[in-house]
Design a protein around this ligand. Structure first.
Ligand code: FES
Length: 147
């Protein structure tokens, strides 16, 4: 009973704590955030990419998998970026010239998984040098196909 009362008290305190925030006009904050995003996008070391229809920003020279993970895109990577599983496979829709060349290890892994194509890359190996648009081959973790 005490636990239930404590939880109800806690919930009531949380409600009163967030109540003032609901009436706040946050347009200034939104504008500041948007201008900060533009500043970040204008930095030469940051590259905008489109991952599964989501626009994200990536550190130039970073891998597609790292970019996905940092931006909450839950791409499968069962082997932990060791080029063994190919579950991180993506299809490059545009901008393949902005990815690093395929290494022999990556080619071998893709050949093993019968996916050798200039448009198919391992997200754990392909590094980003410019804008690129990719789609994952497998559904993202926690998402069902067609949803
Ligand atoms: S994470 Fe396994 S091959 Fe990329």
């Amino acid at each position: 009973m005490d636990t239930e009362k404590n939880e109800l008290d806690f919930a009531a305190r949380m409600r009163t704590a967030i109540e003032p925030a609901r009436g706040v006009d946050d347009r200034g904050l939104r504008n500041a955030f948007a201008s900060r995003l533009k500043q970040v996008a204008a930095r030469p070391e940051v590259v905008p990419i489109e991952f599964d229809g989501r626009r994200i920003e990536v550190r130039r020279g970073g891998t597609l998998l790292g970019a996905a993970m940092k931006n909450g895109v839950r791409l499968m990577h069962v082997c932990g970026a060791r080029t063994l599983c190919a579950t991180c496979r993506v299809v490059v829709e545009s901008g393949e010239e902005n990815l690093t060349a395929m290494s022999a290890t990556e080619k071998f892994s893709l050949r093993w998984h019968l996916s050798v194509s200039p448009r198919t890359r391992l997200a754990c190996q392909a590094r980003v040098n410019g804008p690129v648009e990719v789609e994952p081959v497998f559904p993202l973790c926690g998402e069902l196909p067609g949803r």
